[in-house]
Write a protein that binds this ligand. Structure first.
Ligand SMILES: [Mn+2]
Length: 321
């Protein structure tokens, strides 16, 4: 498989690193940040490193099947680490909590963001951070990769590509997925059943309410949906239950951009998820509001001093379609 980036310096750096390491996943963790962090965690642990994996939020139920998912510690922690590796996030601010570390390093595939030093490993061509993690481990010591680690990597690849259908799915991604299945006996069905088919009833009840909010704009090219905190509270649902809802809005014929607005009163914001299925770059829209992401999937937060209708208006103005 072609290597578009030089993974050797980061691999050497980690191989020789002596101190304590925290692998930090971004808040509202997804399959890529968890899969990548756990793959690196399991491998570095095998090397005898002083390694911890952490996140502000708990690992969502649909990722609990991943090996060592229970080893996650809740951030923030009082402990100061020698090195904090930010996994699948463009900045330490995406961790959602402060982290104490002497040194930072970023392993990621997002455009832009913060840079921490020469050992950062950011491959914006990669469909998932999991692919970056795979090549890092391959360069570090391929022997470290076992079925558990391969399953974590496969899960990151699968979730960030929408199970190999999003526009970031290319031949290299499919090749790596096939290789993980063949060489390490990763079970694609097991991953899919765990990630996609363990819905709690409350999630479907919430989805039914959210779909009722569907509106089309700009002659049917933009679809918007929203969720209010009150509805989640009534059903005992959490933010992780809303994961993927935006794809229903995007799935409508003729829709190029989908908007999902989530009310987050405890943070004083509306959390926005944008998805595109055309050539429209939604990361540029989110950047205008201080967020970011990829061309086809991006997010941002807008102050709750704006009403829901004002937020929709702001976003529609920023979406030039
Ligand atoms: Mn990712």
């Amino acid at each position: 498989m072609p290597l578009k980036k030089n993974y050797v310096p980061a691999a050497e750096f980690l191989k020789n690193f002596k101190g304590s390491i925290l692998l930090a996943s971004h808040e509202n963790p997804d399959g890529d940040t968890v899969g990548s962090a756990l793959a690196l965690y399991l491998a570095l642990k095998k090397l005898g490193k002083d390694i911890t994996v952490g996140c502000k939020d708990k690992v969502p139920y649909f990722l609990e099947f991943l090996p060592a998912s229970r080893d996650y510690i809740k951030l923030p922690t009082e402990r100061e680490f020698d090195l904090c590796i930010i996994v699948d996030a463009s900045s330490h601010t995406r961790l959602g909590v402060p982290v104490k570390a002497k040194k930072f390093m970023r392993i990621d595939h997002h455009k832009g963001g913060d840079f921490y030093g020469e050992h950062d490993l950011i491959d914006v061509e990669a469909p998932a951070t999991a692919l970056v993690a795979y090549y890092l481990l391959k360069n570090l010591n391929e022997e470290l990769i076992d079925r558990d680690i391969a399953t974590c990597i496969y899960t990151g690849l699968a979730t960030d590509t929408g199970f190999f259908i999003n526009s970031n799915t290319d031949a290299d991604t499919l090749k790596l997925a096939a290789y993980l299945v063949k060489r390490y006996k990763v079970d694609p069905h097991e991953v899919a059943v765990n990630v996609k088919e363990r819905n709690p009833v409350r999630r479907l009840k919430l989805l039914s309410k959210v779909l009722d909010t569907l509106e089309l704009h700009k002659g049917g090219k933009v679809a918007s949906i929203y969720v209010l905190k009150e509805w989640m509270d009534k059903l005992g649902a959490t933010y992780e239950d809303t994961e993927g809802f935006v794809n229903y809005a995007r799935s409508i014929d003729g829709v190029e951009v989908a908007i999902f607005i989530i009310e987050k009163p405890e943070e004083g914001v509306w959390k926005i998820s944008l998805r595109s299925k055309g050539n429209f770059d939604v990361s540029k829209v989110c950047e205008k509001f201080g967020g970011g992401g990829h061309e086809y999937a991006a997010g941002c937060k807008i102050d709750r001093k704006y009403s829901l209708e004002e937020v929709k208006k702001l976003l529609l103005e920023a979406i030039n379609l």
